[in-house]
Design a protein around this ligand. Structure first.
Ligand SMILES: [Zn+2]
Ligand SMILES: [Zn+2]
Length: 202
């Protein structure tokens, strides 16, 4: 059996308990200091595990909230919702574009690709912008154009820009709107973009 030596007086003992007893009676100062790690080893271990669990939980919550924050702030062209499952927001906005009196074709599957699905996309060639997101949030008309890869701002629609002979007018539900690319895509709204010659009637 191993012998345990008292660090103070070199007396030997066969068990830790016997040494502790000896220290308590012969060297009370030593007894106060040294037993800490023996008697508290278990507690330290337990608290260590509790701490690790808390840190892991914290990291998990941070991770979740980070995802939620990303969903709320990431621009539509950079967001990949993956599929239609797990979508909590699903609304539709109608878009019509008229260039010099002609209705422009808005293609199907804008924002849909082999490996991505943008929160703003079309399914049919009907100008309906599907607005589908795992979190409830606003998207802008400008973001849809970015997903589409086309120009739209207060000066231009596609490569048609305002000049001395042409104007750009936006109607939302029939009312003129001056927010252009900042227009929020709301459910059941109808957005019409008119690029036309001055004094033309639309
Ligand atoms: Zn839809
Ligand atoms: Zn869809």
């Amino acid at each position: 059996m191993d012998e345990i030596k008292c660090p103070k007086c070199e007396k030997t003992f066969t068990t830790e308990d016997a040494l502790e007893m000896h220290k308590k009676s012969k060297h009370p100062e030593e007894a106060k200091k040294s037993p800490f790690f023996h008697t508290h080893k278990k507690k330290i271990k337990t608290w260590g595990i509790v701490l690790i669990v808390l840190l892991a939980l914290g990291a998990g919550i941070f991770g979740l909230s980070k995802t939620a924050v990303d969903c709320n702030t990431i621009p539509a062209p950079e967001m990949n919702i993956g599929s239609h499952s797990g979508v909590s927001q699903h609304i539709h906005t109608q878009l019509e574009i008229y260039i010099n009196g002609n209705k422009e074709f808005i293609p199907p599957s804008v924002g849909l690709g082999q490996n991505f699905m943008r929160p703003l996309h079309t399914h049919e060639a009907d100008g309906i912008i599907h607005n589908e997101s795992p979190c409830a949030r606003d998207f802008t008309l400008g973001e849809f154009f970015s997903v589409w890869g086309k120009t739209f701002n207060k000066n231009c629609i596609f490569d048609h820009c305002v000049d001395e002979n042409h104007t750009l007018k936006i109607l939302v539900n029939g009312k003129e709107n001056s927010e252009y690319e900042d227009i929020l895509l709301k459910d059941s709204d109808k957005i019409q973009i008119y690029y036309e010659e001055k004094n033309a009637t639309s």
